[in-house]
Write a protein that binds this ligand. Structure first.
Ligand code: HGY
Ligand code: MN
Ligand code: MN
Ligand code: MN
Length: 414
């Protein structure tokens, strides 16, 4: 049994080839991916992943949220497993590596263990979490949230996409409702490899981010109600313009985030304008505010200020205003002992590394509630993500997966 300190490396060509094959499923229009959760493309990607896990000698379990768990047996079947994984679903204009690197990197770790005849004491479980992105069905990290007991399964099943389709019906339609009770599995630890989705590691010349914390998040869905009217014949002082309200609130969100610098972000990404006709003053706008900070006080202050600003703008313009929390998690502190394991692995492997706070949300942020959890990050070009031009180098992918291998080997023996 090779000591974790040995200079073991994964097969980076095989990893890169698997990433490339997965990217062919649910392709985007500009070189990235559009493999949104619970679509036929998502199902096709799941089947490909399952076939690879089978070929690697793993047994597959699926729970009632469609979370996939591929197990590689350990020498001690009673020992709680080490889980590692992320998500295969993508944004509508997503990249090839967001989430996918974490799932296929974990699979590559198992393939490497097989090549080297390594037997770990603890079982190893490679995981694909359903609907991490929250782009089609809010909130993000939905299925890992149900697994961690944050959301009920009924709440999750009743979530609807912009066309009104129900999560539970779509999961059944693609045939991925498993038989395991979600959340019943117990973990010794969870390791998640993910691209940074920000510019820090590349700018600092580091190959590895040792993720100590994660930002907290609020998604506030705001519905402004005014009155549809003719854009030509309606006098300006008689308009009840929900579109104008959305524009003013969007500006206020930006100002509020800027007023809490550093470590605060805010934007509006999703907007539905009704009736969305060129010559009709919008009588209704539904949009989601995304605000985040690693500092609890700033996060809570921004939520209060955005809520006040929305109601004030609505009152100025005579609009109805309803605000619904459609996503939230507090700032996350990952397991300090596992952070040390990841840092030590990067050091032994000779990879330049630094501690980092995750700007994006991840399944690990919820799993951290039920098991010791840590994340490993690799850089991405220009820090760009949630964009089809998302890019990483094979070397970065290999560095992150090497660290995942060494961390898993160490954690599987304690
Ligand atoms: O929104 C997020 O941070 C993640 O990409 N779902
Ligand atoms: Mn992701
Ligand atoms: Mn994402
Ligand atoms: Mn909270």
């Amino acid at each position: 049994m090779p000591a974790p300190g040995e200079n073991l490396r994964i097969d980076s060509t095989r990893l890169w080839d698997s990433l490339d094959q997965m990217a062919q499923i649910g392709p985007g229009v500009a070189g990235g991916c559009n493999r949104q959760t619970l679509t036929d493309a998502d199902s096709e990607g799941r089947h490909l992943f399952a076939s690879w896990c089978k070929a690697a000698g793993m047994t597959m379990g699926v729970d009632t949220m469609g979370n996939m768990f591929a197990t590689r047996a350990g020498t001690d079947p009673e020992a709680l497993p080490v889980y590692m994984g992320s998500h295969l679903d993508t944004q509508p204009t997503g990249g090839r590596y967001d989430g996918v690197l974490g799932v296929l990197g974990a699979l590559e770790v198992v393939r490497t263990m097989n090549d080297l005849g390594i037997r770990t004491r603890r079982p190893i479980v490679v995981t694909n979490w359903t609907n991490e992105e929250g782009a089609r069905f809010a909130p993000a990290m939905l299925a890992s949230g149900v697994f961690a007991g944050i959301h009920s399964q009924d709440y999750a099943y009743d979530r609807r996409d912009p066309e009104g389709k129900r999560f539970g019906d779509e999961l059944a339609r693609i045939g991925w409702v498993g038989d395991e009770v979600v959340g019943a599995r117990k973990m010794h630890a969870m390791l998640e490899l993910h691209i940074e989705q920000g510019p820090i590691l590349e700018a600092e010349g580091r190959q590895i981010g040792v993720v100590t914390h994660g930002q907290g998040l609020w998604w506030l869905e705001i519905t402004l109600t005014g009155k549809d009217a003719h854009t030509g014949s309606t006098p300006m002082n008689m308009r009840v313009n929900a579109g104008l309200g959305m524009a003013r609130i969007t500006e206020r969100v930006h100002q509020i985030a800027m007023s809490h610098q550093p470590n605060a972000v805010g934007a509006v990404g999703q907007v539905f304008v009704h009736p969305n006709s060129r010559n009709v003053i919008p009588g209704k706008v539904v949009f989601t505010v995304d605000i985040r900070s690693p500092e609890q006080a700033k996060l809570d202050a921004m939520k209060a200020e955005v809520t006040r600003a929305a109601h004030a703008v609505a009152a100025e313009l005579g609009l109805g205003c309803a605000i619904e929390d459609v996503g939230h998690f507090d700032p996350v502190t990952f397991d300090p002992d596992l952070v040390k394991v990841v840092r030590g692995a990067a050091e032994r492997l000779g990879y330049a590394h630094m501690d980092i706070v995750s700007g994006a949300g991840h399944d690990a942020c919820w799993i951290n509630r039920v098991a010791p959890t840590v994340m490993i990050m690799c850089p991405c070009a220009g820090g760009l993500s949630h964009n089809e031009a998302e890019e990483i180098s094979p070397e970065w992918a290999a560095a992150g997966t090497d660290v995942l291998l060494h961390a898993a080997l160490e954690v599987a023996e304690v």
